[in-house]
Ligand binder design. Structure first.
Ligand code: ATP
Length: 371
């Protein structure tokens, strides 16, 4: 059982606030992914968990024990790094067993047994007698995982472990990591800047920006109900369209359209993570958010109800499985993911339908979602 709790955790490097007061509960056995742009503080958060950085403030509690000031070796966590951190002069086997041997806590038989089990789990038996320079990137990362597994840690801490692999191998290793987690059930905290990795691997995903947590949720909830504009734009590719509007009589009024917001008086839907305090007031300014895949050519959805919007097509990008239209609605740029093989051309005016249940509104100043 390993539950990890962070209370108001802070880390400053001189005048840089890398981690700015984080509260987080990591549930026993979960695969938690921390994602965010470069410099947002995700690696520092992981290094604080590992004990590789000293916290400037706050607490880290593992299973009820305050470990904030505990040495890394006494935390029983295993870190897996982006650059594998293997010793080049040692074989795979020596790399895997080095930590266990030097701790003096394990008999030779126990070490052999654990290496055998890890080799089978990770399919690395034929790498045990090779040195890292004779292994591919994927093989090195498997050996690095082996080194983490044999220690049977309370938690795995993984810092961008797949980012040095080519795209195809990354997808394969992603699936293997997910499988490994299913079979071992060990609490895992995984840091990445790659939203696809976050969405596919995370049972829950923490989105960070500027040293703070923007939202913690299951992947689909983050996608469907972003708590603020940052999460809405960070998760999803192509990014959510953002159109400036005024709210008048429960309607989002833009220079080029007016669309009613169903149940606008109900505030946030489905308990999205905002504080729910931001009322939908008439007269307020807002940013209307809608994902490109939630906009359709009206001709593609003759059964769609509701208003349609007029857009001018500026650029078309055939993506194979869809046609991405870069359009202008009035003065606002807007992307639309249409069906492939359409004969739309730049300069065309198109009629756009949308799904009224998939509209979002954000406060222009705070960025908080209020609809
Ligand atoms: P990346 O994806 O680029 O690794 P990150 O989200 O993991 O970014 P961190 O590495 O945690 O971000 O860095 C957060 C902030 O702290 C950055 O501004 C970084 O420059 C700063 N920082 C990190 N480590 C140190 C250090 N040892 N000394 C000074 N500043 C640091």
């Amino acid at each position: 059982m390993t539950t990890v709790t962070l209370h108001d955790l802070r880390k400053e490097f001189d005048d840089v606030v890398a981690v700015n007061g984080i509260d987080l509960e990591i549930v026993d056995g979960e695969f938690l992914v921390i994602v965010g742009p470069s410099g947002c503080g995700k690696s520092t958060t992981l290094r604080l968990l590992a004990g590789l950085e000293d916290a400037t403030g706050g607490e880290i509690v593992m299973d009820g024990r305050d470990v904030t000031a505990v040495e890394p070796k006494d935390r029983n966590v295993a870190m897996v790094f982006q650059n594998y951190a293997l010793y080049p002069h040692m074989t795979g086997r020596r790399n895997i067993t080095f930590g266990m041997k030097s701790s003096g806590d394990f008999t030779d038989e126990a070490i052999d047994r654990r290496v055998g089990e890890a080799a089978e789990t990770l399919d690395i038996a034929d790498l045990l007698d090779r040195k890292p320079q004779a292994m591919s990137g994927g093989e090195r990362q498997r050996v690095a995982l082996g080194r983490a597994i044999v220690r049977d840690p309370d938690a795995f801490l993984m810092d961008e472990p797949l980012s040095n692999l080519d795209a195809k191998l990354r997808i394969q290793m992603r699936a293997e990591l997910a499988q490994l987690h299913t079979s071992l059930g060990t609490t895992t905290v995984y840091v990445t800047h790659d939203q696809t990795e976050a969405m596919t691997l995370g049972e829950r995903v923490v989105v960070m920006n500027d040293g703070r947590i923007m939202q913690v949720d299951e992947p689909q909830t983050l996608y469907d109900f972003p708590a603020n504009r940052f999460v809405a734009e960070f998760i999803g590719d192509p990014a959510m369209n953002m159109l400036p509007v005024d709210i008048e009589n429960g309607t989002a009024v833009h220079d080029a359209f007016a669309i009613p917001l169903p149940n606008a008086d109900g505030g946030l839907r489905n308990g999205a993570n905002g504080d729910g305090d931001v009322p939908i007031r008439d007269g307020r300014r807002a940013v209307l958010g809608v994902r490109p895949e939630d906009l359709y050519l009206a001709t593609e959805r003759p059964d769609a109800s509701g208003e349609t919007l007029a857009a001018t097509v500026d650029v078309t990008e055939p993506l194979g499985d869809s046609l991405l239209l870069h359009c202008s609605i009035g003065e606002s740029p807007c992307k639309i993911q249409a069906k492939p093989r359409s004969d739309i051309r730049p300069g065309d005016t198109v009629s756009i339908a949308y799904d009224p249940a998939r509209l979002h509104c954000f406060d222009p100043e705070s960025g908080d979602a209020f609809y």
